[in-house]
Design a protein around this ligand. Sequence first.
Ligand code: GUN
Length: 287
Amino acid sequence: MILSGKELAANIKAGIAADIPHLKEKYGRVPHLVVILIGNDPASESYVRGKAKASELVGITNTTIRKPVETTEEELLSLIYQLNRDDKVDGILVQLPLPDHINEPTIVAAISPEKDVDGFHPLNLAALYQNRPCILPCTPKGIIRMLKAANVSIEGKRAVVVGRSNIVGMPVARLLMNENATVTIAHSHTVNLAEITRQAEILVVATGHAHLITEDMVSDGVVVIDVGISRNPQTGKLVGDVDFDNVAPKASVITPVPGGVGPMTICSLMENTVECFINRMKFKKNY
Ligand code: GUN
C-alpha cells in the first residue's frame, strides 16, 4: 500500500477550517502565524509558500516576513523578541536552515515556547521527553497520525528510526515508544546499518541521504516511512532516503516522496498554530 499523506492532510485541514469561525466568534479573532524567511533559498521559498497557502485554506492569518541573507543574528533576535511581545501573534516559525553566520540553536531558543509552533524549542523538546504537555514537532506528529489512519498497529512492534535530529529522528522515536513500540535509533554512520534496518517492522528514515535504504536492507512486510527529501542533481526530481522503486515491492506500507509525509507536516503546523492560539487565549482569560 502506498501511503499518501495528501488526502488525510486535506481532511484534517478541512476540519480545522470548519473550526476557525467558532474560534473567531469565541475569541474575537482568528489565529495568526508569522513565518520568517532569511534569504531566498528555493527549497525554503517553496516551503514558506506552502505554509502561507495552507494558512489561507484553513482560514488563519499568515504573515510571511522576508529578510535578506545578510540579516544579522542580532537583527533576527530583535525581530523575534518583538513578535514574542506582540499579543496578536500566536505562532512564530523561523524557516530553517539559516545562513551560516546565524546560530540556529540560539534563534530557536529565542522564540517564546508558547508560540513555538514547530515544537523545536528546548523546553518543548524537554517536555516531550518527559511526557509532559507540549507542542509536538510537526513531522513526528504527522507520522504517528498517518500510521494510525492507515491502521498500522504500533504497539509491540520493532521500530527502527534512522536519523537522530531534534526535528524528526529523536522526537519520532519518543512518540513511537509512547505507543509501546520497541525503538532502535540508528543514523547514517551506524556500522552495519542493514543489519539493524532488517530487524524493523516499522522503519522511519530521516537522514537526507538520497536512496540510503535499498531493498537488501529491509524485511518483507515492513512499514516504511520516508522523511528524506533531496533533489537529484541530474534529473532535478525530488527523491527520498529510500530507493522507492526497489523497496516498495517488499513493503506492506510505504510513503512516497514527494506527497507522503510532507503534507502531514504542514497540516500539523496548522493544528499547532490553533493549539498555541487557544492556549494563549485561555491563559489571558485567567489573568
Ligand atoms: N525547514 C524544513 N522543514 C522545516 C520545518 O518544519 N520548520 C522549520 N522552521 N524549518 C524547516
